[in-house]
Design a protein. Structure first.
Lengths: 80, 299
C-alpha cells in the first residue's frame, strides 16, 4: 500500500474516532491541532489503526506516533 | 523548573498537554506539590548520576507501556500479563525497566489527577494518626509514600519496608539517603508472605500491590496478622487498569470491597478516582481505569 493510500485510510479512522465526517488530516496534524485529541482518544486511535491495518505497535513504536506524518510513515513501513 | 519539565514532556508527547494543563489549572495545589516533588527528586537524581530529563523519559516510557497494555485490554478484555511469575520474569527482575517504571510512577503521582487524589487522601490521613510507634510499608516502590510518612510521623521509631523488587529497594534506599532519613528505616528485600517480624505494626501501607498478585486475599490475610489490635492499613489498588505487571483484574470497586471484607477487614474510609473526567456511563462503556484507596481495620 502506498503512503497516499495509507493516509486516506488513516483519515477515515480519524473521522470515525473523532466523529467528524469532514475532518482533514495532514502530516503535521497532532494533538495540539485537534481539540478533542487527548490521551483517551489517542488510545482509541491506536487501537483502531492496529485493527484496520492488521498491525501491532510495540511499546517503543507507540511513543513514535506523535503526529499523522509519523503514523503514516510507521504504518507504511509495517505493512510493506 | 515545573514549566521546563512540562514543556520538555509536551515536546516528546503532545497528547499529555491538555489533560495536565487542565488538571493544574483546576488544582493549583497540585502544581505546587509537583514543584516540591521535583525539588526533592532532583537531589535524589543528581546523587544517582541521573537528571530531570531522564525522569521525563521514564514517565514517557511508563505512559507508552500503559498505552500498549490498554490497547491489549481494549481488544481482549484481559490484562496482558497472565500471572505473578510472568510479571516477575518480565518486569520485576529487570532492574533497568523497573527503575524507569518506578521513576515514571513517581512523577505520575503529581501529573495524573487520580493518582494525586489518592496521594492526598494518604497524606491527609497520616497527618491525623496519633503517634503510631511502628510502621510497615509493603511494596514501597518509588518511596514517596514512605518519605511522606516519615515526615508526618517523626517520632515513629520502628519503620520497616518489605519489597519483592530489588530495584524498588534500591530506589527507596536512594531516596531515603537523599532525604537524610535512611537510618530510620529497615529495608527488607523479600516476599511479604515470607516476612515474619517479631512484633506487629500500628500502621501498614500497601499501595498498588493487590493488582500485581495471583491471590490478593492471601496477602491481606497475612497483613491482618501483622496489624496491632487497633492498627490501620492504607490500601490502594485499581479497577480496569491494564499494565505490564498487573495480573489481577478488578472489574469493579465492589469487587475490591468484597475482597477486603473476605480477608477480615472493614473499610473505615475510602476514595474512588477515575482516570478520566467523564460521565459514569462513559467510564463503564470504555472501561476507564479507576484508582481506589481506603483505610481498613481488622474485624
Amino acid at each position: 500500500m502506498k503512503k497516499e493510500e495509507v493516509h486516506s485510510k488513516l483519515q477515515d479512522i480519524f473521522r470515525d474516532v473523532f466523529e467528524e465526517d469532514d475532518l482533514i488530516i495532514k502530516d503535521e496534524t497532532d494533538a495540539d491541532s485537534i481539540e478533542e485529541w487527548d490521551s483517551l482518544i489517542h488510545v482509541s486511535l491506536i487501537a483502531n489503526i492496529e485493527s484496520d491495518f492488521d498491525i501491532r505497535f510495540s511499546v517503543g513504536e507507540i511513543g513514535e506516533l506523535k503526529d499523522v506524518g509519523e503514523m503514516v510513515s510507521l504504518i507504511t513501513q509495517k505493512i510493506s | 523548573m515545573n514549566e521546563s519539565v512540562l514543556e520538555n514532556l509536551y515536546s516528546i508527547q503532545p497528547t499529555q498537554r491538555k489533560k495536565i494543563t487542565k488538571f493544574f489549572n483546576e488544582t493549583p495545589k497540585a502544581n505546587e506539590d509537583f514543584r516540591d516533588f521535583l525539588s526533592l527528586y532532583n537531589d535524589f537524581l543528581n546523587e544517582n548520576n541521573l537528571n530531570i530529563n531522564e525522569l521525563v523519559k521514564s514517565y514517557v516510557f511508563l505512559c507508552n507501556q500503559m498505552t500498549h497494555s490498554r490497547i491489549h485490554f481494549i481488544k481482549t478484555g484481559s490484562y496482558p500479563t497472565e500471572n505473578q511469575e510472568e510479571a516477575l520474569n518480565t518486569v520485576y527482575s529487570n532492574k533497568e525497566l523497573m527503575t524507569n517504571y518506578l521513576m515514571g510512577l513517581a512523577i505520575s503521582q503529581f501529573l495524573w489527577k487520580h493518582h494525586y487524589l489518592l496521594l492526598n487522601f494518604y497524606r491527609n490521613h497520616i497527618s491525623t494518626l496519633e503517634k503510631p510507634s511502628s510502621y510497615l510499608e509493603v511494596g514501597a516502590g518509588h518511596g514517596l509514600f514512605l518519605i511522606d510518612f516519615i515526615k508526618a510521623q517523626e517520632e515513629c521509631d520502628r519503620i520497616d519496608v518489605v519489597d519483592i523488587s530489588e530495584a524498588a529497594i534500591s530506589i527507596s534506599k536512594g531516596l531515603l539517603e537523599s532525604c537524610k532519613v535512611a537510618d530510620k528505616v529497615n529495608l527488607f528485600h523479600t516476599d511479604i508472605i515470607e516476612y515474619e517480624p517479631t512484633e506487629k505494626y500500628d500502621f501498614i501501607t500497601m499501595g498498588e500491590v493487590l493488582e500485581h498478585l495471583d491471590n490478593p486475599v492471601e496477602i491481606l490475610k497475612k497483613l491482618k496478622n501483622l496489624l496491632s489490635k487497633d492498627g490501620e492499613l492504607f490500601l490502594s489498588t485499581c479497577v480496569n487498569c491494564p499494565a505490564p505487571d498487573h495480573v489481577y483484574h478488578f472489574k469493579t470497586v465492589e469487587e475490591v470491597r468484597a475482597l477486603i471484607s473476605s480477608a477480615g477487614f472493614k473499610v473505615v474510609k475510602e476514595i474512588e478516582a477515575p482516570s478520566e473526567d467523564i460521565s459514569p456511563e462513559k467510564i463503564e462503556k470504555f472501561k476507564v481505569d479507576i484508582s481506589y484507596a481506603c483505610i481498613i481495620k481488622g474485624v
